[in-house]
Ligand binder design. Structure first.
Ligand code: IPE
Ligand code: IPE
Ligand code: MG
Length: 236
């Protein structure tokens, strides 16, 4: 790809991993890493969506993360409430729309209320979308979509011949464009049940940097690598 073809990715996704190790390495409790990670997300999210990226999806909490200690899960849930009711005001000012993907159950009511507030306050914004995946699982999203498809079919609202990639996507949590660039921080080389449908032809970049340290400069480096990729989509 040469410079004239440097097209800003439309949909970027980040598996924000390594908060715990970032903190442990410094002799702090893991939760301090989550707090630092939330600060990084606030700045980085605005930076990325100000560059013409239309959608930024971030993995904040997986359905499997409920397996962690009670103390860590409680800390994260309290942090989410704090973020969505107080700290993320800048997204509103920056004209960014915040949406959530994932299952509601078994999230606490105060977390659900904070999410609803954040969504409501930013619903008319149109510069870009921050899609926060919280209590999210990629397999769960496909199962939930299949359930809705079955229901619509049963009620005669869906003609099976009309089911294709685009119409299927409308049954997902949100109808978002395919992911162009997926980044995972912290050196782990796996997907961990993240956006399985949307990642189909995504370019993937894995960096050893722990998420709290994944600042604007690190993103710039990843974007440079993306521009050097040759996307073929099965062609030649
Ligand atoms: C990512 O960091 C944040 C969440 C999964 C909530 P981790 O908490 O997984 O940090 P590590 O991978 O243990 O270092
Ligand atoms: C994936 O990270 C989930 C989030 C970043 C929210 P994990 O730390 O939970 O993933 P594994 O357990 O290393 O695969
Ligand atoms: Mg991790």
């Amino acid at each position: 790809m040469n410079d004239t073809e440097r097209q800003v990715p439309k949909h970027v996704a980040i598996i924000m991993d390594g908060n715990g190790r970032w903190a442990t390495k410094r002799g702090y409790k893991r939760n301090i890493g989550h707090l630092e990670g939330s600060k990084t997300l606030e700045k980085l999210g605005i930076y990325i969506l100000n560059q013409g990226v239309k959608v930024l999806s971030v993995f904040a909490f997986s359905t499997e993360n409920f397996r962690r200690s009670r103390e860590e899960v409680d800390y994260l849930m309290n942090l989410f409430v704090e973020m969505f009711t107080k700290k993320f005001k800048q997204f509103k000012k920056e004209n960014i729309k915040v949406i959530f993907s994932g299952r509601k159950s078994p999230l606490r009511q105060d977390v659900l209320d904070a999410m609803a507030k954040m969504e409501e306050e930013t619903k008319d914004n149109d510069k870009g979308i921050l899609n926060i995946c919280l209590n999210y699982g990629g397999q769960e999203e496909l199962i939930d979509a299949s359930r809705r498809i079955a229901l619509d079919y049963k009620e005669g609202k869906l003609n099976l011949d009309g089911l294709n990639k685009e119409s299927f996507a409308k049954y997902l949590y949100h109808d978002l464009p395919p992911i162009d660039l997926m980044i995972r921080t912290s050196g782990e080389l796996r997907i961990s049940n993240f956006m399985l449908y949307q990642l189909a032809y995504s370019e993937m970049v894995f960096t050893d940097v722990y998420f709290p340290d994944f600042k604007e400069k690190e993103f710039d480096k990843v974007l440079e690598e993306y521009y050097n990729r040759n996307r073929r989509f099965g062609g030649n």
